[in-house]
Design a protein around this ligand. Structure first.
Ligand code: GTQ
Length: 349
């Protein structure tokens, strides 16, 4: 038997399969090549969502339902190969959330971890465990597993962000729990900025002992991350596959900020064409600045600011930037690494 070819069937074998199937058994050699594949085989497809129509649909949703009635007013980005499953990749969820001025998305908590990446508007807040953070364009905000969170918009403009959650992972493990808050809005038990001052200044409280899996910082402001890219780009040390790519870090242990989702911010200088790269973590990208195109598994997608695109596991990715471009991205890399699955490969020069 080979890894990819199935043994020939005989009448005796077929009769045998029927017999054992009736007893809830199956013969491994009839399915081996389907379940232990030499390379990842995914229904997930490369795809790009342009922001303009998404924004229109989201604002239309804003006239149909309130954030409170919807619990979360979100349009789910469904991978074309995984329709009806609320997935953008096999393991991750993506949605675009709208909170209108004066609205509140009520407090709740769930097993699933969430990230927010702000793409439109300025000044709405997310409260996590009693602390509010004001959100601006490009901020990366996390909600750890089972943490109370609510969102509110006291600014005068609609606020839209990309939600990234590990919903499919929680479903896979049959480990989803959720609970509504006692009130729509959490009491503020810590001042805004507390976490960032305590944990986000390259210092930690002297007796700090990490007790959570997620980073104690829950807002990584774009201003700071962008500033780091700006300073580093002067070194002209471009990675041939990634340009200049940084990852968001949990200061308590140097790992990723979330237990199941890795997040990154990268800069591609004007005119750069990256060398092909692939890894087993299917990745969701959103551009914050610049224009370009990305070829994934031979399909090319043009993108500009706020457009969202997804690359499946183990498909070659090549970026090309027309002007200086910045891409945020997230994937399940941290989970795969912990479980021993993660691989990457760089293409030939
Ligand atoms: O903001 O808590 O897109 O619970 C999906 C589920 C957002 C949220 C989503 C959620 C949230």
């Amino acid at each position: 038997m080979s890894l990819t070819e199935k043994p020939a069937e005989t009448p005796e074998r077929l009769a045998f399969y029927d017999k054992i199937n009736a007893g809830n058994c199956n013969a491994l050699w009839t399915v081996f090549a389907d379940i232990i594949t030499p390379e990842p085989k995914s229904a997930c497809q490369p795809h790009c969502w342009r922001y303009a129509p998404l924004r229109e649909w989201l604002l239309e949703a804003g006239e149909l339902i309130t954030a409170k009635e919807a619990e979360r007013r979100v349009l789910i980005l469904e991978n074309p190969g995984l329709r009806g499953q609320s997935r953008i990749t096999t393991s991750l969820y993506a949605g675009l959330q709208l909170v209108l001025p004066g609205e509140v998305a009520p407090a709740h908590r769930h097993s699933q971890s969430a990230l927010r990446f702000v793409i439109d508007g300025d000044g709405a807040y997310t409260a996590v465990e009693g602390e509010r953070t004001l959100m601006s364009f490009g901020d990366f905000v996390i909600t750890p597993p089972w943490a109370w969170h609510d969102h509110g918009n006291q600014s005068d403009q609609p606020m839209i962000w990309l939600d990234g959650l590990d919903i499919p992972l929680a479903s896979f493990f049959d480990a989803s729990f959720a609970e509504p808050g006692a009130a729509d809005t959490q009491a503020q038990t810590r001042p805004t900025g507390d976490s960032l001052a305590r944990y986000g200044a390259n210092m930690l409280p002297v007796d700090f002992e990490p007790r959570e899996l997620a980073s104690p910082i829950f807002n990584y402001p774009y201003e700071r991350s962008r500033e780091a890219l700006e300073a580093l780009k002067r070194q002209q040390e471009w990675d041939p596959c990634h340009g200049l790519k940084l990852r968001y870090v949990n200061p308590a242990d140097g790992g990723f900020a979330m237990p199941t989702i890795s997040a990154f911010l990268q800069l591609l200088p004007q005119g750069m064409r990256t060398r092909a790269y692939r890894s087993t973590d299917a990745t969701v990208f959103v551009s914050t600045e610049g224009h370009g195109r990305t070829t994934i598994d031979g399909k090319t997608f043009d993108w500009g600011p706020r457009d969202i695109f997804v690359a499946p596991s183990w498909k070659w990715i090549e970026h090309e930037a027309d002007d200086e471009a910045v891409l945020f991205s997230y994937s399940d890399r941290v989970a795969q690494q912990k479980l021993g699955f993660w691989r990457e490969q760089r293409g030939d020069a």
